[in-house]
Design a protein around this ligand. Structure first.
Ligand code: IPE
Ligand code: IPE
Ligand code: MG
Length: 255
């Protein structure tokens, strides 16, 4: 694999992807939107595969938002059935490759057959330590926050902990992403400069990469480009360049 100078010691620990543009991809070719979603599956395979080969520990894939339920019935139906088949087809590979699959979002809204396949895949891969794929299905960043607030309020009410005990780490732990580290890199395909209700709490210092490439065209090469761009970014976390360079120096000197 030609990594074009990618530094394997500075890979993101968590990449999150808003997989957008299937409909436009199809329209450009005079095909149905559903054909676009079908083609998008090969891109999912490509990013999971490359992440695993590179050793990126966590990959989040935004596959279906809460708002996507508002789409025409036949499109929703097709998406659900594609999801079910994807899970069935990929599960053995995930088991073989040590990939843990975790779904986040309102699972209870999924059709029963999809839910069964999903839970089966989650169970079968539960103990895998190689890499985690977080599949966001019927996910809403705001809803994730609302549920976190409800859980914490309940715990305070029950006396499990005091209001003053609540801190950022506790909030993070109560989000659906739980102990998964915040994404270092968020990719959105198809050029849209918005979050569309994906992760909200989890992305305070996440590097954002938007590419005009439509999701069905986003494959290994485009993913590598995003990772290279990520490595060119200078993350400051609110400090000055000088401070960041200084602390890099100290860290190196200390080794
Ligand atoms: C992303 O592609 C897939 C889902 C949101 C489920 P779209 O279906 O949103 O494609 P565009 O944005 O209409 O091109
Ligand atoms: C975001 O794409 C949701 C997913 C990729 C699953 P949308 O196509 O639904 O987003 P908007 O409507 O353009 O913001
Ligand atoms: Mg879209």
């Amino acid at each position: 694999m030609n990594l074009n100078g990618l530094d394997k010691s500075r890979l993101p620990r968590h990449v999150a992807i808003i997989m957008d543009g299937n409909g436009r991809w199809a329209r450009l070719r005079g095909k149905s939107r559903i054909e676009g979603h079908r083609r998008g599956r090969a891109s999912v395979r490509a990013v999971v595969e490359l992440s695993r080969r590179l050793g990126i520990p966590c990959l989040s894939l935004y596959a279906f938002s809460t708002e996507n339920w508002l789409r025409p019935k036949d499109e929703v139906h097709a998406l659900m059935s594609l999801l079910e088949h994807y899970l069935e087809a990929e599960q053995p590979k995930m088991v073989r490759h040590g990939i843990r699959l975790m779904a986040i979002g309102e699972k209870e809204r999924l059709p029963p057959a999809v839910l069964r396949t999903l839970e089966h895949a989650e169970r079968a891969t539960r103990d895998n330590m190689g890499m985690t794929v977080l599949l966001a299905l019927s996910y809403s960043g705001r809803n994730d926050i609302v549920k976190m607030v409800q859980t914490m309020a309940r715990k305070v009410q029950e006396g499990t902990y005091k209001v003053e005990d609540i801190d950022e780490a506790m909030v993070s732990a109560h989000m659906e992403t739980g102990s998964i580290p915040d994404p270092d890199l968020l990719i959105r395909t198809s050029g849209e400069m918005r979050i569309s209700n994906f992760y909200l709490w989890q992305i305070p210092y996440t590097e954002i990469y938007v590419t005009p490439t439509l999701w069905p065209d986003f494959r290994e090469r485009e993913y590598l480009q995003a990772l290279l761009e990520y490595q060119r970014r200078h993350r400051r976390f609110g400090r000055t360049d000088e401070q960041v360079n200084q602390s890099l120096h100290t860290a190196k000197g200390g080794r």
